[in-house]
Ligand binder design. Structure first.
Ligand code: FPP
Length: 254
């Protein structure tokens, strides 16, 4: 783990030929960021939205292929309704100001999660952003909205069971790929599994995010609260990732 705000140029150089293709981020610490400043929690979410813009552009410029962001979990409905309502407004505010930049940077928006439970205006903002960026073939900005991995896996199991019941699928032919193909990340194809998972704000847990897909991800827990995270923080996390030896259960130099 690292937490200092050192200038990236003072550290080991970033190897541009080994940028992780898929980076997933659990954006934590908005509330604590606000509390430290004696501001209401939602001020942290507002600043967190600005960070989403900054980090999206930084990731796209570095050549990341997929950036998955945990924006609202299936458990976040338990928060006070005023906070939930604010969080539901954020995609509207975000996309209404940011879609032209996304298009300019060739970034395509995708969403994982049950969006049918979101307020109609939020659904519309999300669906419009997906449509408006559909022709972009650069980085995929993959928002997890009303997403929970156990919910995702439960839905996949139900779907697979019903295909078996209908005689479309022989249980003997169910492979790991069958499971991956039924998850909400399936449209990402071979990029569905994150290479690097970052969680901000010092908490070291996964909180029901992409449980199947992170089986072999490198995990990076950073102390900064999400609103303080920026392009340099992202670079530091990638440099740390590049110092690791991924073996996928095998041996080095195999
Ligand atoms: C966790 O911090 C953060 C969230 C539950 C919301 C994340 C949302 C954003 C960063 C903005 C999303 C932007 C768009 C465009 C959808 P917390 O509130 O749990 O912080 P705490 O642990 O310090 O209380």
């Amino acid at each position: 783990m690292f937490s200092s705000k050192k200038d990236v140029s003072q550290e080991q150089a970033l190897d541009m030929s080994r940028i992780p293709a898929h980076i997933a981020i659990i954006m934590d610490g908005n509330g604590r960021w606000a509390q430290k400043r004696h501001l209401p929690r939602v001020a942290g979410h507002k600043q967190g939205m600005q960070t989403v813009k900054t980090v999206t552009m930084a990731a796209s410029d570095l050549g990341v292929k997929v950036l998955s962001l945990y924006a609202f979990s299936t458990e976040n409905w338990k928060r006070p309704s005023s906070e939930v309502n604010y969080l539901m407004q954020l995609p509207i505010r975000f996309f209404s100001t940011f879609v032209p930049d996304l298009v300019k940077h060739n970034v395509r928006v995708m969403v994982m999660g049950d969006t049918t439970r979101l307020p109609e205006a939020t659904q519309k903002a999300v669906n419009d952003a997906i449509k408006d960026t559909a022709d972009c073939d650069g980085m995929v900005l993959n928002f997890a909205l009303n997403y929970g991995s156990r919910d995702e896996i439960t839905r996949a199991v139900k779907q697979i069971a019903s295909e078996v019941q209908d005689g479309q699928l022989d249980p003997a032919n169910i492979t790991e790929q069958t499971i991956s193909d039924h998850l909400m990340s399936a449209p990402l194809g071979e990029l569905a599994d994150p290479d690097l998972l970052i969680r901000t704000s010092g908490e070291e847990r996964i909180s029901n995010f992409m449980l199947w897909q992170i089986g072999y991800s490198e995990l990076e827990f950073v102390d900064e609260h999400w609103p303080d995270f920026d392009g340099d923080s992202l670079k530091r996390a990638i440099i740390d990732f590049q110092g690791r030896h991924r073996r996928f259960g095998g041996l080095v130099n195999q």
